[in-house]
Write a protein that binds this ligand. Structure first.
Ligand SMILES: NC(=O)c1ccc[n+]([C@@H]2O[C@H](COP(=O)([O-])OP(=O)(O)OC[C@H]3O[C@@H](n4cnc5c(N)ncnc54)[C@H](OP(=O)(O)O)[C@@H]3O)[C@@H](O)[C@H]2O)c1
Length: 247
């Protein structure tokens, strides 16, 4: 008889890119991966199928996390179905979309992240994890240059990271561990293709330092922040020059 999953993990924005890869890396008989998506149901279902094909358990849940009611409904559904959540991976992000209104980046990358962490807290047991996914361009903002057109996203993701840090006292009291996984530009992603169009020099400058990390390398660090017995506060993937010159 199949064992009941021991670890329930919610990943936001798991329908494509980095999140989809993380979901698949978490495939395991003792884990149930909840693949959140905004609108691409078929893509999310394909990822859930891949998790199951690899011997894991998975389901999909639609919610635009920038919509407070939708985020709360998703957490209510998880509470009703599983009764708990062992890890929340805050991966979904945005703001570079054409036509996004000027406040959208802050609503999604700061407000929605903080709200989802707060909503999830009652479901996270002691030993539970929250993993915030960010970019070096945001994590080090405003101390390092960012590609043209990325400042609003960098500022909002940095504000999201800071907002989560302000929750640390409550998280620590509840025994919940917060990790941040920050990556340099990730090779082959839609975001890097967008940046390459808007500011090719900025992407080339990163490539000239070292090969950009792959989606697999970044996803593996994020999945590891959920599964490692000894989580750390921050994990950097690529961009060693950022670390060397920050003091
Ligand atoms: N790509 C890079 O070079 C890079 C580098 C460092 C860090 N990161 C970080 O890695 C994470 C993932 O990046 P990515 O490149 O995989 O991004 P991506 O390709 O743009 O994928 C974003 C994912 O988030 C979902 N999403 C967007 N808005 C949402 C919302 N309001 N509610 C719920 N889901 C939403 C999308 O769902 P739909 O498909 O339904 O729209 C999609 O699944 C982000 O936090 C990003 O900052 C990326």
């Amino acid at each position: 008889m199949a064992r009941a999953p021991q670890r329930i993990v919610l990943i936001t924005g798991g329908s494509r890119g980095v999140g989809a890869e993380v979901a698949q890396r978490l495939a395991s008989a003792d884990t149930h991966v909840i693949v959140n998506y905004r609108e691409k149901a078929a893509r999310a279902e394909t990822i859930a199928d891949a998790v199951r094909a690899a011997g894991g358990n998975a389901s999909t849940m639609a919610a635009d996390i920038s919509d407070g009611a939708a985020a709360a409904a998703m957490i209510d559904t998880i509470a009703a179905r599983f009764g708990r959540l062992d890890a929340l991976i805050l991966n979904a992000s945005g703001g570079l979309e054409l036509g996004a209104d000027p406040g959208y980046a802050m609503r999604l990358n700061r407000d929605a992240q903080r709200r989802l962490a707060r909503l999830a807290m009652p479901l996270l047991p002691a030993g539970g994890r929250i993993v915030f996914v960010t970019s070096h361009q945001a994590h080090f903002f405003p101390h390092k240059a960012v590609p043209k057109g990325y400042s609003a996203v960098a500022a909002s993701k940095r504000a999201g990271e800071t907002a989560l840090y302000t929750m640390r006292p409550q998280l620590e009291r509840a025994g919940i561990h917060l990790s941040v996984v920050s990556g340099d530009m990730i090779d082959g992603t839609i975001i890097v293709r967008l940046l390459e169009r808007r500011d090719p020099g900025a992407v080339e400058a990163r490539r000239s330092v070292a090969p950009l990390p792959t989606v697999g390398q970044f996803a593996s660090a994020i999945a590891n922040a959920v599964t490692t017995p000894m989580p750390t506060g921050i994990v950097y993937v690529g961009g060693a020059d950022y670390l060397a010159t920050t003091g």
